[in-house]
Design a protein around this ligand. Structure first.
Ligand code: FAD
Ligand code: UDP
Length: 400
């Protein structure tokens, strides 16, 4: 099995990576062992190595770097995101400037349509959505606001993902756009989920149909994996993919571990399992240049088993005579993708977080490591802040 994993290693990484095996000489030790080569692990590896002068070993159990943002050229030579559409957006100038050291960007503003019966309507709900759905002619923000206010059902307090939507747009629009999608995505009714989940999606009275309004919205020009290659390409960094932490943890390779996998897994699920939502993808290539009008179509109806369909060429700008799409299905089983925001899960996480605070030999970062429904830019911000804390605690070889 080890041999098989190592084969994947050499196939998946460019030659300039110094890929070792987990059977290392006792003298081959590191300042840090970083578990996970996604944004959290890779940003920390880069900072510790390049800024801190530390020697770092990064392992990931997947056969590639990049974590959930990993992209690659499929059999038709079309750049696709293996784990679903990843659109970079942030309001943080610092985060954008930091990542810009490793990639140029392609400006891209994301737009999504929701399939409702035969109609494809802008989501987030905006004035165009209302006019098309109800055959209206709302001509101003004020008219749209009045239309929504007539339907909104005030909820006090606003606690759940159902409350958030109902209080803005009322029960009918809630059922049309949110109820089914959320049940499919999370396996829970919106009334069982923290309000923060559907609060990610605003309601608009104007005709702005962009999914995000952040100051910086762009895709890494050569793709995410390319950007990660540049981040991790440093003499102080060794990358071992296809390697689970479980195979390394007893080898004493480093005094300090940075863990970006599920925190409950690190502690042997001692307080019980934290629930994570998983996803399954089916990828297809079609013999047409373009299949969809926008990158993503959401399917709020429970009659359709998937939640969304993505056509990647919209995101990447690639010119190609064929096109690749993916269907996204949520599932309870499989690799963890999403922490599930609800009070009882947060309480369980707090037990792990309290235990983690007592441990000086390990630091938890990232979406799985801190059980937070974070976007990429938030994970980068969290990793940069973690680096500053470690630097202050452990010092660096270089004067900073
Ligand atoms: P991950 O990327 O999950 O990396 C953790 C890594 O740790 C994984 O590669 C895993 O294999 C490895 N690992 C775990 N346990 C072990 C172990 N025991 N041993 C070895 N390795 C281990 N964010 C946005 O900003 N915009 C978007 O459009 C967007 N779209 C998304 C769409 C989907 C379908 C999903 C799932 C997420 C999306 N996100 C998006 C969020 C984004 O993916 C995350 O914020 C970010 O990738 C998290 O980085 P991370 O390093 O914390 O975690
Ligand atoms: N959501 C929905 N209908 C939609 C889009 C989103 O009900 O058409 C809800 C759903 O609960 C989803 C959440 O809003 O999980 C957040 O959506 P987002 O697109 O941010 O999810 P992600 O890209 O993180 O999967």
């Amino acid at each position: 099995e080890q041999a098989a994993a190592q084969k994947i290693v050499s196939a998946a990484l460019p030659e300039r990576f110094r890929v070792g095996t987990s059977r290392r000489a006792p003298s081959d030790t590191y300042d840090y062992l970083i578990v996970g080569a996604g944004f959290a692990g890779s940003v920390l590896a880069e900072r510790l190595a390049a800024d801190g002068g530390k020697k770092v070993l990064v392992c990931d159990r997947r056969p590639h770097i990049g974590g959930n943002t990993y992209d690659h050229y499929d059999e038709a030579a079309i750049l696709v995101h293996k784990y679903g559409p990843h659109i970079f957006h942030t309001n943080s100038e610092d985060v954008f400037a930091y990542l810009s050291r490793f990639t140029a960007w392609r400006p891209y503003e994301h737009r999504v349509l929701a399939q409702v019966g035969d109609l494809r309507l802008p989501i987030p709900i905006n004035r165009t959505t209302l006019n098309a759905l109800y055959n209206l002619d709302l001509a101003s923000d004020a008219e749209a606001a009045r239309f929504l206010a007539d339907r909104a059902e005030p909820c006090d307090p606003l606690k759940t993902s159902r409350d958030v939507v109902i209080s803005q747009v009322g029960a009918e629009l809630y059922r049309t756009f949110f109820e089914g999608y959320t049940r499919k995505q999370w396996g829970l009714d919106p009334s069982e989920l923290d309000r923060s989940v559907t609060a990610r999606i605003p309601t608009r009275t104007n005709t702005d149909d962009r999914y995000f309004l952040d100051r910086f919205q762009a895709m890494p020009l050569g793709g995410y994996t390319r950007m990660f290659e540049r981040m991790l390409n440093h003499d102080n960094i060794t990358v071992l993919v296809g390697t689970d932490f479980a195979d390394l943890r007893r080898e004493g390779l480093a005094d300090h571990t940075i863990f970006t996998g599920p925190i409950d897994e690190y502690f042997g699920h001692c307080f019980g399992r934290l629930p994570y939502r998983s996803l399954k993808f089916t990828h297809e290539t079609h013999d047409v240049r373009r299949l969809l009008p926008v990158a993503v179509i959401n399917y709020p109806s429970e009659d359709v088993p998937y939640t969304r369909v993505t056509e990647y060429k919209h995101l990447t700008g690639q010119v190609h005579p064929r096109t690749s799409i993916s269907y996204e299905y949520a599932s309870a089983e499989g690799e963890p993708y999403y922490p599930i925001p609800r009070p009882e899960n947060q309480a369980l996480y707090k037990q792990y977080e309290t235990l983690a605070r007592t441990r000086v030999d390990v630091t938890f970062v990232g979406r799985l490591g801190t059980y937070k429904y974070y976007n990429m830019d938030q994970v980068v911000g969290q990793a940069l802040a973690t680096y500053r804390r470690l630097r202050d605690r452990h010092g660096t070889r270089r004067a900073l």
